[in-house]
Design a protein around this ligand. Structure first.
Ligand code: HEC
Ligand code: HEC
Length: 232
């Protein structure tokens, strides 16, 4: 797979000195079976850790509350304990593209949490921060960016992504785009709304990725923001 191929740089040309030659193999595939979290990590890991460091950034754009596999809260994520372990640490199938593979540190957190038995709070009894409640979408740019765009769009719509020619990283990207992504005051003709609709020709996020669609309720909040003038 691409992970194996990704890190290999070939040095060509006689004029290149050996020192300048870079041969790097991405070790990710070789990690299989090698993820052995320390006893210390196992004793202090909590759901808060795995949520903020792995599930939130790498899983819930596809496995949020609207998906079949809901990893958005403790009670639900806990029921998938062994499947989370198998799909990430053992088989390395999750996360799916375009979300980048888990690095060693993230894999160790998953393995530690599973070995600890999937606790909500650390086994060593240390006080732990309660998990912040999942953010509720509000009709402001900051909220739409945090809850929708950062989770479900940026993997492709930012530098290096598949749709980098249509960046969606800051407010002006939406307002100034020739694609009329946001037309302040005119939600129904704004590209941002049109691509989210269930019957969109090019629906976003693309259904074949397995990413959970933006809900009808969330679309209404986005429309409210645009109708109100789409300000910062
Ligand atoms: C880009 C989308 C995407 C991302 C990101 C993603 N998944 Fe999945 N995942 C899927 C799809 C699609 C399925 C199959 C359909 C289903 O069961 O919901 C699936 C299935 C699963 C399943 C159940 C089936 C099985 O193989 O055991 C688990 C558990 C799972 N994913 C865990 C994770 C974890 C943990 C992460 C983050 C580290 C993750 N996924 C990230 C798309 C994704
Ligand atoms: C898996 C990658 C991927 C994700 C995730 C994704 N997009 Fe896209 N998007 C694309 C690609 C590729 C295109 C170009 C499609 C084409 O022109 O054929 C595109 C095109 C678009 C367009 C322009 C459509 C047009 O041609 O008028 C908009 C607007 C858009 N995306 C918004 C979004 C939004 C909003 C999200 C998040 C909710 C999102 N996209 C998530 C890949 C993605």
């Amino acid at each position: 797979m691409f992970r194996r191929a990704a890190g290999i740089f070939l040095c060509l040309g006689l004029g290149v000195s050996l020192a300048a030659c870079s041969y790097r193999v991405d070790k990710n595939d070789d990690l299989k079976g090698e993820i052995r979290p320390s006893a210390e990590l196992i004793s202090r890991v909590s759901f808060n850790d795995i949520y903020t460091r792995v599930l939130q950034p790498k899983c819930i754009s596809c496995h949020g509350i609207s998906g079949g596999v809901n990893l958005e809260n403790y009670a639900s994520a806990r029921t998938f304990l062994s499947r989370i372990y198998r799909s990430t640490v053992v088989e390395r199938r999750m996360p799916l593209a375009p979300i980048p593979a888990l690095n060693r540190e993230e894999l160790e957190i998953v393995a530690a949490w599973v070995e600890a038995g999937g606790p909500e709070f650390p086994l060593n009894g240390a006080p732990t921060e309660p998990l912040p409640p999942p953010p509720v979408l509000e009709p402001t740019f900051a909220s739409i960016k945090e809850v929708i765009v950062d989770r479900k769009c940026l993997q492709c719509h930012s530098a290096g992504g598949k749709a980098e020619r249509i960046p969606l990283t800051k407010l002006s990207d939406f307002l100034d785009s020739p694609l009329e992504i946001v037309l302040p005051g005119n939600a129904d003709e704004s590209g941002l709304v049109l691509v989210l609709l269930e019957d969109a020709r090019k629906r976003m996020p693309p259904p074949e990725t397995g990413m959970a669609p933006v809900s009808a309720q969330e679309i209404e909040v986005i429309k409210e923001w645009i109708s109100n003038g789409a300000t910062d």
